[in-house]
Every structure is written in structure tokens, then in C-alpha cells.
Design a protein around this ligand. Structure first.
Ligand code: ATP
Ligand code: MG
Length: 411
């Protein structure tokens, strides 16, 4: 179910902004329009849906329109054209009058800013309670709600400190608590962790993931940092010159980049952390223990040119492997079942295991790794060679683990 639906959204800055729209439709570029008309295209026909409880990340170079999109969602910036529908009721926020809009921002969507946006002279609790206070809530009630939000972000005990008595990470927790205090459906986060030191930033990312597991909000999160996007995004949208060029899961963005722009984003990523067993697995040569004996097994291995088969029960549940030598011997003895020669020498893994974590399993056995679902049904196998070649491919790229991989900003 969609929490936010954006349809053909445009934002043009300048005088007579609507005049840029037909030019865009004719295929004129952002630069050409700027040169010809002086108008700045910030959003060019963006359409996307954010699902309920999804963390939807928007990425793109500086100036590509990320913040403008986010601010159009609650009309902090007035769109030039298009629709923004929110919630089950698919309320079109373009129709909201001023007063209703304020209510929407207070109750249904909260924003978390990059530079925290705290009031220096207010205590932590009064910062967190600010929106509730503006909304007219009584002090007792708002202090209770603010206290709950402060506990949620792990800041109990700091209620009466001033922002400048807190570290950057703690200040951003206050920002987050303030956004959570009125229990909104939607959190809008614009580069919320970008001002933090790398280690604290990583902590905040973990914290957000953990919070999200408990709260299940709908989150739209903007970042420059691809690692951050891959870590916290359920899906990622990539923007260029105001247009959305690709929307997909982290794995789709990495394995099927839509164009060279997206490719340039992902080229230095450690693919082995993202690509999973199910992406590189192949069909397993297998037999059904209930009906296939050593004779069938040997013939199948010869026909397929393999020396191992994966043995399944009648429900396709994985039981182990057999080798061609064992099966041939059994066949010569006239034994009818392969039961006695089943080995458990092949490693097993879940389909969503990243290749990086698959490597030790793959190296611990000469047999391809069996990929099993939760019911131990065999989905496929992954060869050592394909795992190692993925890891090597990645090893030869100029990835430096210690360096945060950010998209270069143009100034
Ligand atoms: N108030 C404004 N007036 C005129 N042009 C603007 C305004 N705000 C943004 N723009 C222009 O709109 C385009 C998109 O800007 P936006 O701030 O959305 O980019 P961004 O992707 O968030 O960039 P960054 O990563 O640097 O934050 C840019 O070309 C920018 O110059
Ligand atoms: Mg921005």
C-alpha cells in the first residue's frame, strides 16, 4: 500500500515557471532551458510511490533536485505542477489550504534536518515538545510524549540539557525525537546524518534501522552517500537534473544500473556485500531419493557432465549430496537406494546471504554451496569459482574500505 504517491511532479524556479514545462516535454535539457529562459529546472516530471513502512532513499549529485522533491512532499516548496497524494485516503496535498497544510506537517509528516535545527535556548525536552506545544497540547501531556520520544532515541537523563551541551550525534537524536514526538506516519529526512563524524554516523544509521524495526514508519531519506543508501534503503531512487533515472532495490541498482550515470555511482561499491547467493546461483543437478536409485543418478551425472548430485526428498527438501564414484560402486553392487552414500559435505546458505559471507562456506568444501530456503528446500547452488571471481572482481576495483564513498559534489 502506498503511503506517498507522486505523479508527474515539476518544480521550476524563476519567473513564469510553467513556461519551462513544454520545453522539457520537447526534450530540452536543464542547461539548455537555463540558457534560453533563465529558469532553473529543479524537478522534471518525477513520479514514484513510497510504500507504507518503507525506507525510500533519494540519491543524486548536488543540485539534482533531492531536497526540492522532499520539500514538495509537504509543500515547504510549492510544486509548479503535479500531484502528491498521501496516506490510505490518498489525500492530494496540493488541495490543502494553509491551515490544513500546517496540520498535515505537524501530525502526519515530520522533517529531520541536516543541521539539526534545534533551538539553542530550549532544553532537550522543550525542543522535542516544540511541535506539540505549537499544536496546543497541554504541558503535562506534551512532556510525557516528548519523554517517550527521548527514551526512544536513547537520550533519557538528558531532558534538561541545552543542545550545546550535547555531541553532534546526540543533537541529531534530539532532532529525531522531535520528529517522532507527534507520532507521524511519515518521516522526511534530508541528509540527516551528513553532518556527523563517520563513526557516529554509522551508529545513527544502525539506530535508525533499529528504530524503524520497532516503529515501522514510512521514511523518505536523502543522502549523498551510497553506502548509507545501500545500508538503510529498502529502495533507492536516483535523480539527475531533476528527473528520476532509476528506482530499485539496492541490489537492482548495483546489478542493473539503468545508465552510465547510475553506473558511475555504483562502480566503487563493494558488490560482495550487496549481491546475494540467489543472484548468482544456478540450477542444481538433483535427484529425488524417493524414486531415483544409483542407476538413474549415474546416468544423470554422465549426461550432465557433473560428478555430484544434490539429493532431495519428495518435498524437494535438501538431504545432502552424492558423488559419481559412490553411486557407481553402489550401482555395481545392485543396491537400489542412494540413502547410504549421502554426504553432508556441501555447505549450505540462505538465499539472501551476501557473497562476502558466502566465501568461507564456499572455501570449506570442494562442492558448490546449496542455497536453501527456510523450509530447507533447494533453490539452487553456487560454485566456488563464481564466488571467488565476484570477490576478485571487486578486489581489483579501486575500493578503499576505509574511505567513505560519497558522490562527488559539484560546486
Ligand atoms: N530557492 C531556489 N531558488 C532557485 N533555484 C533553486 C532554489 N532551490 C534550489 N534551486 C535549484 O534547484 C535545483 C535542485 O536543487 P536541490 O537543492 O533540490 O538539489 P539537491 O539535490 O538537494 O542538492 P544538494 O545535494 O546540494 O543538497 C538546483 O539547480 C538548485 O540550484
Ligand atoms: Mg539538498
Amino acid at each position: 500500500m502506498a503511503a506517498i504517491t507522486v505523479q508527474n511532479l515539476y518544480k521550476i524556479f524563476g519567473k513564469k515557471p510553467e513556461e519551462a514545462i513544454p520545453l522539457l516535454k520537447d526534450g530540452m535539457s536543464k542547461d539548455e532551458i537555463l540558457n534560453k529562459t533563465g529558469l532553473t529546472v529543479a524537478i522534471n516530471s518525477a513520479s514514484f510511490e513510497v510504500q507504507k513502512q518503507e525506507t525510500f532513499v533519494i540519491m543524486g549529485l548536488s543540485g539534482s533536485g533531492k531536497s526540492t522533491v522532499l520539500r514538495c512532499l509537504n509543500r515547504l516548496i510549492e510544486p509548479t505542477q503535479g500531484k502528491v497524494l498521501i496516506g490510505d485516503d490518498r489525500e492530494n496535498i496540493m488541495d490543502a489550504d494553509k491551515e490544513h497544510l500546517l496540520k498535515l506537517r505537524r501530525k502526519r509528516m515530520s522533517m529531520v534536518f541536516q543541521n539539526f535545527g534545534l533551538f539553542p535556548h530550549r532544553s532537550v525536552i522543550n525542543n522535542v515538545a516544540y511541535g506539540l506545544e505549537i499544536g496546543g497540547m497541554e504541558k503535562d501531556e506534551r512532556d510525557q510524549k516528548a519523554g517517550e520520544a527521548i527514551a526512544m532515541v536513547g537520550l533519557e537523563g538528558y531532558e534538561h540539557k541545552k543542545p550545546n551541551e550535547l555531541s553532534g550525534g546526540m543533537q541529531q537524536r534530539v532532532g529525531l525525537a522531535r520528529a517522532l514526538a507527534n507520532d507521524p506516519e511519515i518521516l522526511l529526512m534530508d541528509e540527516a546524518f551528513s553532518a556527523l563524524d563517520p563513526l557516529i554516523r554509522a551508529d545513527m544509521q544502525d539506530e535508525l534501522l533499529e528504530l524503524q524495526q520497532r516503529m515501522s514508519k514510512t521514511i523518505v531519506f536523502i543522502t549523498h552517500d551510497l553506502d548509507e543508501a545501500l545500508k538503510i534503503g529498502d529502495r533507492i531512487a536516483i535523480m539527475k537534473d531533476g528527473a528520476i533515472v532509476q528506482i530499485g532495490s539496492p541490489e537492482q541498482i548495483l546489478t542493473e544500473p539503468a545508465d552510465d550515470y547510475v553506473k558511475a555511482f555504483v562502480q566503487n561499491v563493494d558488490r560482495t556485500k550487496i549481491i546475494t547467493a540467489q543472484t548468482i546461483m544456478r540450477k542444481a543437478p538433483s535427484i529425488n531419493i524417493k524414486k531415483d536409485g544409483p542407476g538413474v543418478a549415474v546416468r544423470k551425472m554422465k549426461k550432465k557432465g557433473v560428478s555430484t548430485l544434490y539429493v532431495l526428498d519428495e518435498n524437494r527438501r535438501y538431504k545432502g549430496i552424492i558423488t559419481i564414484d559412490d553411486a557407481t560402486e553402489l550401482k555395481n553392487k545392485g543396491v537400489k537406494s542412494v540413502e547410504d552414500i549421502i554426504r553432508d559435505d556441501a555447505g549450505t546458505a540462505a538465499p539472501d546471504t551476501p557473497i562476502k559471507h558466502l566465501l568461507p562456506t564456499a572455501l570449506s568444501s570442494i562442492y558448490p554451496v546449496a542455497v536453501l530456503n527456510d523450509d530447507r528446500k533447494l533453490l539452487g547452488i553456487v560454485d566456488r569459482a563464481s564466488i571467488i571471481s565476484e570477490v576478485n572482481l571487486n578486489g581489483t576495483s579501486p575500493t578503499n574500505e576505509a574511505e567513505p564513498k560519497t558522490v562527488p559534489e559539484h560546486s
